[in-house]
Design a protein around this ligand. Structure first.
Ligand code: BMA
Length: 363
């Protein structure tokens, strides 16, 4: 309790959150996120929690109540935040890049919000210049080609239109939108070595301008989320500007490689603390909120990862939410949250019961 109170006081001093027009759905979501920070609480999130989990998927989505969730099956609660990905919407595909029908994504997002949860969208669009996927980094001309005057600009505006159509189809509910993420690495076509800082900023700002000004989408909370950890100057080096961002995120995963599990956990803790010490200062200066927008340890070989690696890494920062990545239904080792029968279940359950962590209880 004491820790929560101290954190609440620190958070109040540190981050009061972005300026927002009162009363709009967007303002309400920002206020809700700001309350987590002020109260020293951290919401837990999971990518693609309702459409599928470890070794199962929703088949007949139109008639499915969407009650199944690996997180709920192991803790009794849904994650408070759910992430979904729009990759594929740009070409009007019926399913996203992981095979989830967009109809199911819409239904799951709305169901989760109706239950009291929070939704965030990422986007792994294909490469508009080469026709490859988001990870096709064979050309450093892609960002430049989609900007005004570029050969792919018209086509790209149509991609933005399709993504905006989807978000608009959700109606008047607020969601977090997190485009052009992990841009300080060079594994996506909008990454650091693939465009100049100015081109990246133009890409982000033109997305914001189209969605907000041209389409009038006022239900979006905008999240800027580079990969971390990076020093504060580097974090800000491609920052689009205060007007275009509400939430400052960072994607930081734990990797074991040749290290021991203990060493990997220590290293992960150091990386998270480094990044969030910087982000706590930056969010104060820029009046923003912060989140650990993606994290996880693939396959959870560390059976105490939640309480001994993740929680100690995040607990001292005014982080609004932390989201672990997806539990693939078709790749047995590609999961980031426990599922029933997985031997590390108990530690996740203990994590879900920590006073500071917020999960979604549904009667
Ligand atoms: C990655 C992996 C991929 C997936 C992509 C987008 O981290 O999970 O399998 O296609 O995210 O969801």
């Amino acid at each position: 309790m004491k820790r929560v109170l101290i954190l609440a006081a620190l958070a109040l001093m540190a981050c009061s959150g972005p300026q927002k027009p009162a009363g709009t759905p967007r303002a309400l979501l920002l206020e809700r996120l700001g309350t987590f920070a002020k109260d020293g609480q951290i919401a837990y999130g999971h990518q693609d929690d309702l459409p599928y989990g470890h070794a199962w998927r929703v088949e007949d989505w139109e008639n499915d109540a969407l009650e199944r969730s690996d997180v709920k099956a192991t803790t009794g609660c849904f994650p408070m935040v759910m992430g979904f990905d729009l990759g594929g919407i740009e070409l009007a595909d019926s399913c996203n890049l992981d095979g989830v029908p967009f109809g199911l994504i819409r239904k799951a997002a709305l169901k989760h919000i109706e239950r009291g949860g929070i939704v965030t969208f990422s986007w792994h669009p294909r490469n508009p210049l080469t026709g490859g996927d988001a990870w096709d980094v064979s050309s450093n001309q892609v960002v430049c080609s989609v900007l005004p005057g570029g050969e792919k600009n018209t086509e790209f505006m149509c991609w933005l239109q399709r993504a905006a159509d989807f978000l608009e189809s959700l109606g008047d509910v607020p969601v977090i939108f997190r485009p052009w993420h992990e841009n300080l690495g060079s594994w996506f076509w909008w990454g650091r070595d693939l465009c100049t800082a100015q081109e990246y900023q133009e890409l982000y700002r033109s997305t914001w301008l189209y969605f907000t000004r041209q389409r009038g989408l006022t239900n979006l909370v905008w999240c800027y989320s580079p990969n971390g950890p990076v020093p504060p100057e580097e974090y800000m080096s491609r920052y689009p500007g205060d007007e275009f961002v509400d939430l400052l995120g960072a994607d930081i995963y734990e990797y074991v490689g040749n290290a021991s599990l203990e060493e990997a956990a220590v290293h992960f803790g150091e990386q998270v603390k480094l990044m969030f010490t910087a982000l706590t200062a930056i969010c104060h200066e820029h009046n923003k909120l912060i989140c650990l927008s993606e994290t996880g340890l693939e396959g959870l070989p560390d059976l105490h990862w939640w309480t001994e690696a993740l929680y100690p890494a995040i607990r001292d920062f005014p982080i609004t939410y932390v989201l672990t990545w997806r539990n693939a239904h078709d790749k047995p080792g590609h999961f980031y949250a426990p599922w029933p029968g997985f031997e590390g279940e108990a530690d996740f359950d203990a994590f879900s019961q920590l006073e500071q962590m917020v999960f979604l209880k549904v009667e």
